[in-house]
Design a protein around this ligand. Sequence first.
Ligand code: UDX
Length: 446
Amino acid sequence: MALKITVIGTGYLGATHAAAMAELGFEVLGLDVVPAKIEMLAAAKVPMYEPGLEELLRRHVAGIEGSTGRLRFTTSYEEAGEFGDIHFICVNTPQKRGEYACDMSYVDAALESLAPRLRSSALVVGKSTVPVGSAARLAARLAELAPADVEPELAWNPEFLREGFAVQDTLHPDRIVVGVASERAEKLLREIYARPVSEGSPFVVTDYPTAELVKTAANSFLATKISFINAMAEVCEAADGDVAKLAEAIGYDERIGRKFLRAGIGFGGGCLPKDIRAFMARAGELGADQALTFLREVDSINMRRRVHMVDLARGAVGGSFLGKRVAVLGATFKPDSDDVRDSPALNVAGQIHLQGAQVTVYDPKGMENARALFPTLGYAPSALEAAAGAHAVLHLTEWREFRELDAAALGEVVADRRMLDGRNALDPERWREAGWEFRAMGRPRA
Ligand code: UDX
């Protein structure tokens, strides 16, 4: 009989994982404690913008015409405990308020709600990003809370999906990492991931702490790569060099690689910033804080980029924002997402607004979330309308739509043709030819 899978937590990670498991042929039950989310998902609607996810849901959600019916949703732990042979925990682990450490309360609550309701010796698999040592602690808690007649097990299987590519990354992962404490757990996870493995995804088996660390190490490396190139951008600006050319040239060295070397206003989102901070906090607890002091610098280089963008914009409009209009293109932390969590773009927009400018923001998908987070900023329904009367236009999230903008048409509506590219994604020549004063971070002025 096909394995039955529950997925606990239906955010970016859980909703995608549940749909992907159904796509792989399993019977899946998705659980969330927020009834509104479950209602939407049960109608094959996605509570966030994620390319391809709605199509995948429609293929599998029970009750949708023509679907396989393999995917259902519930708010009941009772039902989940009875249903699953394997339970994936996919709840979020946000940064604690006012602290670097991550908040484990959702993971703890999920495990504590599930454990007493298990009806079989199921495998519980953590996917959330957690401080190293959590899996061992949760395994003990699971044994303690499970009914006497069942012997559940725990495994850790970190998730590496990127927002905007969640479906592709889940169905065709770069690698599958499983931290296990028994052969049975490894065997079950090999069964779950048989298809991606047969299609070439490497399957790495480790212990709990290594599996937990792989995730935080990978995100720390990516954050370091971005801050490295942003540090080079600072030097390029001082020396009149070109960071885009520099990145291209060093990237041809295969040991360095070309990806994740785009200088600009830096990284944001729900993962990289909080993961490197939680990693530092955990290393401190373990007495290994010296090993990660460089991450403090990675974080501060990153935060400095936002301030630098504000300084560049203020300089461009004559030294003061008072009485100036600034158009901001982009609100989300990256393109192809509606996620505005710790978005560098909105942070820059907010600072400029506080310094007295009239700021108007446009984003293809993130407007609703941006408005909820920054209600005092101005918003416009298109790039052209946002730019109307602007003394400077700031390109802060690299949506394709912005790369394809008609520079001449935009030039007609602004007060001054001044474009600042905070993502190094626009073509300087094109904008300069259309009469714009064009400035990109870490690149020569003209
Ligand atoms: C990241 C990891 O990539 C993923 O593996 C992990 O599972 C979750 O965290 P995500 O947060 O979706 O994924 O975004 P990512 O594509 O990594 O981008 C993070 C941030 O870095 C964005 O704000 C992006 O704009 C910025 N970035 C990325 C740069 O500033 N320059 C680059 O060269 C690349």
